[in-house]
Ligand binder design. Sequence first.
Ligand code: GDP
Length: 372
Amino acid sequence: NQDEKKLQEYMDELEFLAFTAGATVEKRFTQKLTQPDSKTFVGTGKAQEIKDYVTENGINTIIFDDELSPSQLKNLEKEIEVKILDRTNLILDIFAQRAQTSYARTQVELAQYQYLLPRLSKMWSHLDKQKGGIGMRGPGETEIETDRRIIRDRISLLKDKLKVIDKQMATQRNNRGKMVRVALVGYTNVGKSTLMNAISKSDVFAENKLFATLDTTVRKVVIGNLPFLLTDTVGFIRKLPTQLVESFKSTLDEVREADLLIHVVDISHEGFEDQVHSVNQTLEEIGANEKPMIMIFNKIDDFSYEKKAEDDLSPETNKNISLEEWKKTWMAKSKYPTVFISALTKENFPEMKKMIYDEVQKIHISRFPYND
Ligand code: GDP
């Protein structure tokens, strides 16, 4: 049924996040509760079941899909005696691994400290910190016992540092003049970097992992005779930690200040509609939901009918029909220009480029009404 399917999808994503962070997942546990147990998040019986499994199989980390309260974290760790991470922690850890520039590193460090502060005395107090590993990178490692005040000082220092960089970046954005600015947005791993490379013939890092891109890349692109600036932005994800949303202000400013958004969707992903919803929600949160937009459904080369419906009709005959159906559905319900492409095989690129050209031109004309 629907709930079960969603649950599997969420767990798949969590497993993918864990994989991205460098962990191998051995087993999944799920539990249906009307609300999480206030003390241990899962019920007592479930906690015991997890403990037994963990002990028998020499498991060293447990990852939860939700953010646990500091006390839930502490209680569970006392009970089960292995390292426990939650979704926020895991995402922060991935960001820490991926941060390339000093700006991104500063942003991640700030988010990590903000996450750490309320949990300071409670996390891993009885665990062997020498072992390191996921969730132990960055501030978790050495400063855990140090005074909260040191961390608070560090937080304000990092905030100051970011303010300076934010200002520089705002100036840089201003200096780009009146050129039309287009930002690629979308869920993580949908193919934004690949598309950026294909459109701008640049060489941005693309990888089948989550959050390959933390820093924004800006490229000047010319389609037809129209020049514009194209920005690749950090991917969105369901339940993006609030600490990160805040500290990635400049990155999100690129989206906020763009004239046109290109929303890239991975149609080969089973949960793509959910992802579209998440992205729209984040756009709303940052106040960028009223902008002109183009919807680009990517990875049509990897679309397969089996992923989309449990139907026992022959998959071969349905493959195309179904993609056609998705097209019809989305063309009808999307209030934006919509196109289906493959960034990999470049299928439908001319159509996509025409669409981008038309939208950029509209903005261009409204900006320079008396020119050519
Ligand atoms: P980003 O996180 O949105 O920037 O996504 P990336 O550009 O890093 O791509 C994520 C993964 O999807 C990479 O393994 C790409 O090779 C793959 N990918 C991107 N576009 C396509 C496509 O059109 N078809 C297929 N099959 N894979 C794609």
